[in-house]
Design a protein. Sequence first.
Length: 535
Amino acid sequence: MKAFPKKTARPGKSELWFAALLAAAAVAVVLYVRLRLLNMPFERDEGEFAYSGQLILKGFPPYLHAYTMKLPGMAYLNALFFTCFGATVSAVHLGLLISNLISALLLFVIGKRLFGTTSAALSSGLFLLMTASQHMLGTFAHATHYVLLFVLAAYALILSEDENPSQYRSLVTGLLFGTAFLVKQHAILFFAAALVMLLLGRRKIRDSVGIGFIMLFGFAIPYLLTMMVLLKQGTFSSFWFWTVRYASVYATGLTPKLGWLNFKSQMADIVSSMGISWLLAAAGLILLLIKPDRKNLSVLLPLLLCSFLAICPGFHFRPHYFILVTPVIALLAGAACKGSFPRAARGVVLAIVAAAAIFQLWNEQWFLFKATPQEYLKKAYQTTKPFVEAYDVAQYIKSVTSENQRILVLGSEPQIYFYADRISASAHIYMYPLMEEQPFAVQMQEQMLQQISAARPAYLILVDDLSSWLAVSEKGMTFREKLGSLAAGSYELDGVAAVSRKNESFSVFGERSRQFVPNTSSRILVYKLRKGAQG
């Protein structure tokens, strides 16, 4: 891409120092928060990725003992973190911290090439704070963080000041986008934004098309290699079923009306904490449109559109999906400070940036600075989901089983498998697909029952919590009752962990658990196979 023109209006040293201090303060806050929460227990997505990474290190290929509609990028990343830092909760969160800081640095590189050093520093600082927000579940190691890592690396390459990028660099750019796609399928929209940017930003269409084809080739390589590896490992059919056939059904599961309600609900939370940052981004966009800069608009308009589309598949609008829009929001906010108007006005804008950062930190102070890791986890999801209690259950299971014994979680808490370091008796580690009104549900239910019968798990862990099932179909409810009768037949109660009405945790294991079964809306019941029931 052609070199970006130098800006005629340069910010003063005081403005540059202000931007540097804000960025440094954001780094300090993020370091403090993420290190403080390093040992925070896993939620479900983190548990899935950790368990899948653990299986890879045991020599098992993806989609053998853990079915998921997600591509295996996060499983491989977690396996890498465990290799580097040990197979612990803190290893996953340390990997997130490193990824987040690198992403901020890459955003600074991109912002500097678009708007200069001052705006780039401000953008990076706001980006770090937004991606740590509780309203986006930013302290949890979701795949969206790592999508940004590879996407921003790709943009940093493609936005080079070299007018004629080499074929090698174009290929590497495509490989980075392809790796982001392996992490989460939503990344394909960022690749599309980059292709549009090429067509809009270059003078010669022929050059743009040539670079685009090289990038497309690079983009396809990680996915094709993954299919070849899984074909050799014998899990390609499961991979294709879950990531293509079932994923396409899941992506069309909600109506636009329900999606709109989800979107409004999530945006209300985000605006309550980060509204000033988003207003700055809107101002930056308006300024770019008033005084058009073809190069900058060719980058930011496709990125803005595709970032929004990336949070839309299925109309689910999960809080962590919104992490995908933080780079473009941060860049547009930085555009409002690029220094194309009088110094006094720039000072007001810088004051607004500071206000945006302070307002978010003040709004989320309890989460960021006061809550213990356990308190944070409970409050962040605003329910009695038994995430904290799952750890105690898993530690008990680990103490009473051997490594070659199988266990089964009846629910959607794959983190239990990771904590216990035990393999599931069924590859269905989530109950949601089996509960949904979708064409593959009965097939999945029958498959799970066959796997349970063949494995004969030593322990069943029944998660008696609505959020772990979300049954929405009559057949799903019937199947859940069938699983419950399985536990009552050949198994006996051996443990209880629950969340009280006051949101306090307690657990009892062994014979004592049979004398006390709490009547709460969120509990985990542990069952062990009766003696002589192995058959």
